[in-house]
Every structure is written in structure tokens, then in C-alpha cells.
Design a protein around this ligand. Structure first.
Ligand code: C2E
Ligand code: MG
Ligand code: MG
Length: 773
């Protein structure tokens, strides 16, 4: 059984669709993750901005608070205010009050009392012109008195900037600034500094510089606490790093990836302004498309498509199996003939082509035999088709049993079988002769079918590869021609195809085609050959002979085309044409006043076998008002052998009409003389092969003499045809032959020249004289 690959294709197609869908979904997920990353980054930036804005707002509120209270803010006041502000967690506030050196001592005394700390003093030590000691603190109380104008203060720069610019200043990340001790070595503290300037009216009493600078309000916080403030609302899936990029070299504040790679292009960058400083925030998603089940839809799609592909492929395979098994069943029916069980015509032709291929390769000869049963139709007609079919089946079984195992046998249909035999030896004709003879002998032995004993013969035609055909069609066609030839040779025999046969066959086919055409158009004519009384030498009749001049084939003799017309059935319309034409000429001559002796028309067996032959003849006689006595019909003796009984009756009826009958070409056929006695013939026409060498060949002379005597004894007139010279004429006259026909007297004449032919002229003159008498 054959398979096709459809199910593989279906599987591959759906599977690839699945892969496509999965990839598309992965891309979709990736796009989603990317957009999510961007959104989360932007959100984080906003939150950081908000937090820092809140810090600066808180700081400026504190500065405004001190300013509005004209610098008179107590520790408790300050703490309450800070508390009320609900400062962001992790942020510490301070106020460093301006102090010129001359007020240092007074300040220290005052603070010692206020803080209940007798050891209070401004630190770090050292005399400076101005001091900015931390005076108010919230919530971190430790660094009271730390002077942020001391050179040790790590954010001195911001102090100067805030003081000079009257604006908020931010530090770069620094370690905790109010101690020399590096409690926390990490530089992760940011200080926001805002200057406090008092209004003019309050400066007199307060500690200010000449322009009213009263101190610095600061807020410091740890980067981590800032992130703790912001990060809870930020997805843990977001990686980030923050840098102060105010200077040329970025100073990194934090990196949530803890040192993992930040590949160029796979993160988002955002910028923040923190007072005078610029921060950069890089964000990227910690989640790839391969994590957190983002791949799940893609995998699901892949699995679903794979399942569909398996199902469809399985289903397609099932369908294709059903289809191919059905196809095999049909093929088997096509390949094997149901009736005989042999290879069908189609299949054996196919096998023949294959064998030709093998023979070509192995340099072998192949014999193609067509075995055709003789007279199978008779069996069918006599016993019915059922018996006929059973006989065919028996013949095929016998063929299988008698032929060698390597022979290929097929049934061509009808009553024909094809046998293929491979032969090693090219020249081994004798072995084929033996096979064919043996086949004919064994196939012709009796069959017992349904209680009947049936006998049937067969004819065989052989065509050999490569000599006479290199493909199946040609070999079968040639074997067919050969079997036809075998049948023509008398059946129950075999015949080898040869090239000549093919050429003849081709010409015959051409003649048949052209003849059919000639019947429709023109090219056919009737000529008339006079028959002469050998005693009086008067014309006693004419024989109508067909003449055909074809545009392509030229002049074709009736001796060639009549047998073809008989084999192909063209003889029937052709015969009708001849009769109609002959009657028309008789009528024309009558009208022209030309007396023409009786016209003999040649009639083939097939014409006489027609059931409507007599009715047609009668209607023509009636149509042209012709006297039947002016008509003669010539038939060959073969017809009488084929179908003597029914033919005899017809001939009697024709004779009764007054139409005279001649037996043509006497002596060439079976020469059964019995019909001469029983049938109503008037003439016997001795075949021209006897006349041709009657003078030279004593045997032919003796035969001719005998036929003349026989004819006379049976009361028949004897006609000799083909008399070409005077010696033949004299001899025939001596034998007592009645009538002669031949070129010695006249060739066949055209219908128009009949009136001027001397023999016809003489006949008309004689006729005139007879009438006068
Ligand atoms: P056939 O009926 O025996 O006709 C006599 C043949 O001998 C004619 O040949 C004729 O031309 C030829 N013949 C006559 N005198 C001589 C002679 O002195 N020497 C030689 N060598 N031949 C002579 P054709 O016309 O070629 O006809 C051949 C055959 O064709 C006829 O033989 C006849 O059997 C058949 N035929 C011709 N016309 C018709 C027709 O109309 N119907 C039928 N059914 N057969 C026809
Ligand atoms: Mg004749
Ligand atoms: Mg003849």
C-alpha cells in the first residue's frame, strides 16, 4: 500500500504555526515587560522627586518658621514645629545659628543653662571669626554646638552657597558630617541647607551678620532612608541606581543590583534636580521575559498547537490510509480483469512497457502474441453470453496452465488475449513457432462448460521487440495486424508481423479513408467493358467496372480497393453507388437512343447478405423503369461457400425477376461444382489466370476446355475473360467457348464514349437492320 506524506505536511504546517504563535506571544510579552519597565522607571522617578520636593518643602517651612519668629525659637518650640510638620521618616533637622566671635562666650553660657550641660561648648575647637553652631536639633540631639563653619564640616561648600545665594543648597553624598569619628564610613548622607535671613527690624536684637544672615536650617538624611521612604511603593521588580552627576565624574549613591551589569541599552535613564545638584536615576526591570511565567502563554500556545498538529496529522493519516486503500481496491479492479482473472488491458499494456524497459537494459527480445478465438461470436450467439463468458474464463485458465511461468498473460477484451514472452536469443524464431503451434493445438481442445462440450479454435499474431515495435502501443497494434493476417490466411494459424504488413496496413487504412471521402464527393466512375460473342463477334454485353482517380493516391485499381472495401464494410455504400450509377447510365443511353447490351454488375458477398438487397434492387428497377433483362449480376464462387443456403434462395428470386446471373472468376476458388447444377446461373466466367497462358500451358488449356464442356453440359454459357491476343481467341473458339472479354476486343469504356465505340456502333447498326427486316 502506498502512503503519501500529507500528514507530515499537516503536522509540520500546524507545528510551525505553533512556533510562530509562540514567538509572537513572546515578543508581545517582551514588549509588555519593556513598557512596564519604562512605566515603573518613570513612576519611581516621580516618587523620588516627590520625596525630595517634600524634604525641601519641609526645610523651607522650618526656615520660614524661624524667620517668622524673628529667630526667637526655643528648643521645645522647634521640636513641636518639626513634629507638627510630620517630618518624613529618616530626616533630621537642625538650625545652626550665626554667631560672631565676640558672642561666642555669651552663647556658650546661655546654652549651658538651656541644655543643662555645664560642659557645653562650640566644637570643633578653634577660634573663628564667625560660628554656625547647631542650636536647634530634631530628632537627633547629639551634635549640639557643632560648628558647621568649622573646616572639618564636610558640607562647608553648601553652607557658603546657601548663604551667598539666598537659596537652598544640597550636598553631594557625604559621610555623617557632625563628627570626626567616622561612625558610618559610607558617604551616603545628603544635607539640604537653607539660609535664614531676618528682616531688618529684628536684626538689631538678634544675632545676624550685616545683611541679616541668621543661620542655616538644614535637613539631612541617609540615601537608604530616602529609598525606604520611596521604595515600598516601588515594585521590587525594578532595579535602579542613583548617581550625583553634578560634577564630571558621577558619584554613585546606590545600586540595587549590588554590582550586576548594566548593559548599555537595557535600562532607562531619568534625571532629577535636587536644589543645585543633578541626580541621575537608571532603572531596569529585574524581570525578563523568561521569568515569572511570562513565557507561559507562549509555551501554552506551543503545546496547544503541537496537540492540534498531532491530532490533525493523525486524522490526515487515517484519511489518507482510507483513501489509498480505496484507491488500491479500485486499482486492483482496474488492473485485474474480473471475468478472466488475468491482467486487464490497461495493466498488461503497462507491464509491456515495463518489460520493454527490462529488455532494453538486458538486450533481450520480447515476443508479443495476440491470441484471438475463432468464431467466438457463434458460441455467444448459439449459447448466450453467460456460456461465452465461462468459455473465456476456461480459456484463460488453460492459457495459465500451458504457458511457462515467466509468460505474462492479459485479457484484451472481446475474444482476444495478450501473451508476453521474453527471449534471450534474438534469432530464436523456431522456439516461438513451437510455442504458437502448441498454443493453437491446446487451446483448440474441447471445453466442458455447464454440461456442454464446446470447441473453439484460435489464431495468433506475433510482433517482436525490438524489430517491429519499441513501445507497447506499436507492438500490440502490430500483433493485432498479424492476427488479422492469420485470420485472413484461414484461421487456426499464426502469423509473424513484418514491416511490409505494416506498410500495407497503413495504405489500406488510407485507401479506406479516401474511399469513404470519394463516395461523398467525386473521383469514382463506372466504365464498361464489352463482352463479345465468339462466333458472331457481336457485342452481347458489357461489364460495369469501377474506376477511381483519387487526388492524393492517384488511380487505384478495384483489385486493390474492392477487397479493402469488403473488409471494412465500405462495400455496402459503394455497391449502392454502383447500382444507382449503372441504372442512371442505362437510362441516359436509352434517352440518347443508344442501344446498349445487358450490363453485368459485380456484386460482393456482403452486398448479397443484406436483407434489403432484393427490395433495393426492385425499387431501383422501378425508379428507372429498367427491364430486368438488361441487367446481369456477377458473383464470385466464395459467397456460395460461405452462406450457400440463404444465398441460393436470393439468387433464385433474382433470376425469377429476369436478371441473369454469372459466376465470376471460376476455377480460382473452391470450385465446388454442385452449386452450378442447383443454382440458376446463366454464365460461367473462366478466370483470366487460365486464359493468360492458355496457349503455353497445356494444363490450363485442358482445364479451360473442361470448364467449357462442363458449362455446356449444365446448360450454361461460358465466358472467357482476359483475352488479349488472337491465339487465345482461336483456341477458345476451338474449345467452343461462347463469349469473350478482354483487351483484344476492348478495354473498359467511359460512359460518354460508349455511343462512339465501334463495337456499340456496329451493334446499333445491326439493331437498326434487324428492326427494318
Ligand atoms: P472481374 O469482375 O473479374 O473483372 C475483370 C477484371 O479483368 C477487370 O479488372 C478488368 O479490367 C480486367 N480485364 C479485362 N480484360 C482484361 C485483359 O485483357 N487483360 C487483363 N490483364 N485484365 C483484363 P479491374 O477493373 O481491375 O477489376 C478487378 C476486380 O475488381 C473485378 O474483377 C471485380 O472483382 C472487382 N470489381 C470491379 N468493379 C467492381 C464493382 O463495381 N463491384 C464489385 N463488387 N467489384 C468490382
Ligand atoms: Mg466481374
Ligand atoms: Mg473476373
Amino acid at each position: 500500500m502506498k502512503f503519501n506524506k500529507a500528514h507530515y505536511l499537516v503536522f509540520c504546517f500546524v507545528f510551525l504555526c505553533g512556533i510562530g504563535a509562540s514567538v509572537a506571544l513572546l515578543f508581545e510579552e517582551r514588549a509588555y515587560v519593556d513598557s512596564n519597565q519604562k512605566a515603573m522607571g518613570a513612576d519611581f522617578t516621580d516618587k523620588l522627586n516627590d520625596a525630595l520636593r517634600q524634604y525641601t518643602l519641609e526645610l523651607t517651612s522650618v526656615a520660614a518658621f524661624i524667620q517668622s519668629n524673628k529667630g526667637e525659637v526655643s528648643e521645645s518650640h522647634f521640636s513641636r514645629f518639626a513634629q507638627n510638620l510630620m517630618m518624613s521618616p529618616g530626616v533630621s533637622l537642625f538650625f545652626a545659628q550665626y554667631l560672631p566671635i565676640d558672642k561666642k562666650h555669651e552663647y556658650q553660657l546661655q546654652q549651658r543653662v538651656l541644655l543643662s550641660n555645664p560642659n557645653f561648648k562650640i566644637f570643633p575647637d578653634g577660634d573663628r571669626e564667625e560660628y554656625l553652631p547647631l542650636t536647634l536639633l530634631y530628632p537627633d540631639k547629639i551634635p549640639y554646638g557643632y560648628d558647621i563653619l568649622s573646616s572639618q564640616y564636610r558640607d562647608l561648600e553648601s553652607v557658603y552657597l546657601a548663604r551667598s545665594s539666598y537659596a537652598l543648597a544640597a550636598s553631594m553624598p557625604i559621610a555623617l558630617p557632625f563628627s570626626n569619628v567616622m561612625r558610618n564610613k559610607q558617604a551616603d548622607t545628603i544635607i539640604l541647607s537653607a539660609p535664614v535671613y531676618l528682616p531688618l527690624d529684628s536684626r538689631v536684637y538678634k544675632l545676624t551678620d550685616s545683611v541679616g544672615f541668621h543661620g542655616i536650617v538644614g535637613a539631612y538624611f541617609n540615601v537608604n532612608s530616602l529609598l525606604n521612604f520611596v521604595a515600598p511603593s516601588v515594585s521590587g521588580d525594578l532595579f535602579y541606581r542613583i548617581a550625583d552627576v553634578s560634577s564630571d565624574e558621577p558619584v554613585w549613591l546606590v545600586d540595587s543590583t549590588r554590582g550586576a551589569a548594566w548593559d548599555e541599552g537595557n535600562y532607562e535613564t531619568h534625571y532629577l534636580s535636587v536644589a543645585n545638584r543633578q541626580w541621575r536615576l537608571d532603572t531596569r526591570h529585574s524581570v525578563s521575559v523568561w521569568s515569572r511565567g511570562h513565557w507561559l502563554p507562549a509555551i501554552l500556545a506551543f503545546l496547544v498547537f503541537t496537540a492540534i498538529a498531532c491530532f490533525l496529522s493523525f486524522y490526515t493519516r487515517k484519511l489518507s490510509l482510507t483513501y489509498f486503500s480505496a484507491l488500491d481496491a479500485v486499482n486492483e479492479r482496474i488492473e485485474v480483469d474480473e471475468l478472466t482473472g488475468l491482467s486487464s488491458r490497461y495493466h498488461i499494456q503497462h507491464t509491456l512497457n515495463e518489460l520493454i524497459g527490462c529488455c532494453e537494459k538486458d538486450d533481450k527480445q520480447l515476443a508479443t502474441l495476440i491470441l484471438d478465438l475463432d468464431h467466438f461470436k457463434t458460441i455467444n450467439d448459439a449459447f448466450g453470453h453467460e456460456i461465452g463468458d465461462k468459455l473465456l474464463s476456461s480459456v484463460s485458465k488453460r492459457l495459465l496452465s500451458i504457458l511457462p511461468d515467466d509468460a505474462v498473460i492479459g485479457y484484451l477484451g472481446g475474444d482476444a488475449f495478450l501473451v508476453l514472452l521474453m527471449q534471450d536469443d534474438y534469432q530464436d524464431r523456431p522456439s516461438l513457432d513451437i510455442v504458437a503451434t502448441d498454443l493453437i493445438k491446446k487451446i483448440s481442445q474441447s471445453y466442458f462448460v455447464e454440461g456442454l462440450t464446446l470447441n473453439i479454435g484460435c489464431s495468433i499474431g506475433l510482433a517482436l521487440y525490438p524489430e517491429f515495435g519499441k513501445d507497447a502501443v506499436t507492438l500490440i497494434k502490430n500483433a493485432d495486424m498479424a492476427v488479422y493476417q492469420a485470420k485472413t490466411l484461414g484461421r487456426a494459424t499464426y502469423h509473424f508481423y513484418d514491416g511490409e504488413m505494416g506498410r500495407r496496413f497503413a495504405r489500406n487504412v488510407r485507401i479506406e479513408t479516401r474511399l469513404r471521402k470519394a463516395l461523398q464527393t467525386e473521383g469514382l466512375e463506372l466504365h464498361f467493358q464489352p463482352k463479345v460473342d465468339l462466333i458472331t463477334e457481336r457485342c452481347v454485353g458489357v461489364e460495369a467496372l469501377l474506376r477511381w482517380e483519387d487526388k492524393e493516391l492517384g488511380a487505384v485499381s478495384p483489385a486493390e480497393f474492392i477487397p479493402i472495401a469488403e473488409q471494412t464494410g465500405v462495400i455496402l455504400p459503394l455497391g449502392d453507388w454502383v447500382f444507382e450509377q449503372a441504372f442512371r447510365h442505362i437510362k441516359e443511353w436509352e434517352e440518347q437512343g443508344i442501344t446498349v447490351p445487358p450490363i453485368a454488375i459485380n456484386c460482393s458477398a456482403a452486398q448479397l447478405k443484406r436483407v434489403d438487397f432484393l427490395p433495393n434492387l426492385l425499387s431501383l428497377l422501378d425508379k428507372y423503369k429498367i427491364d430486368p433483362s438488361s441487367l446481369e449480376i456477377e458473383v464470385t464462387e466464395s459467397i456460395l461457400i460461405e452462406d450457400a443456403e440463404s444465398c441460393a434462395e436470393l439468387l433464385r428470386q433474382i433470376s425469377r425477376l429476369g436478371v441473369k446471373l454469372a459466376i465470376d472468376d471460376f476455377g480460382t476458388g473452391y470450385s465446388s461444382l454442385s452449386y452450378l447444377k442447383d443454382l440458376p446461373f446463366h454464365y460461367v466466367k473462366i478466370d483470366q489466370v487460365f486464359i493468360r497462358d492458355i496457349v503455353e500451358d497445356r494444363k490450363h488449356a485442358a482445364l479451360t476446355h473442361a470448364i467449357v464442356s462442363l458449362g455446356h453440359n449444365l446448360n450454361l454459357k461460358v465466358i472467357a475473360e482476359g483475352i488479349t491476343n488472337i491465339d487465345q481467341l482461336i483456341m477458345l473458339q476451338e474449345f467452343g467457348c461462347d463469349i469473350g472479354q478482354g483487351y483484344l476486343f476492348s478495354k473498359a469504356l467511359g460512359a460518354n464514349t460508349m455511343g462512339s465505340d465501334p463495337m456499340i456502333v456496329a451493334l446499333n447498326e445491326q439493331e437498326g437492320l434487324d428492326k427494318q427486316e
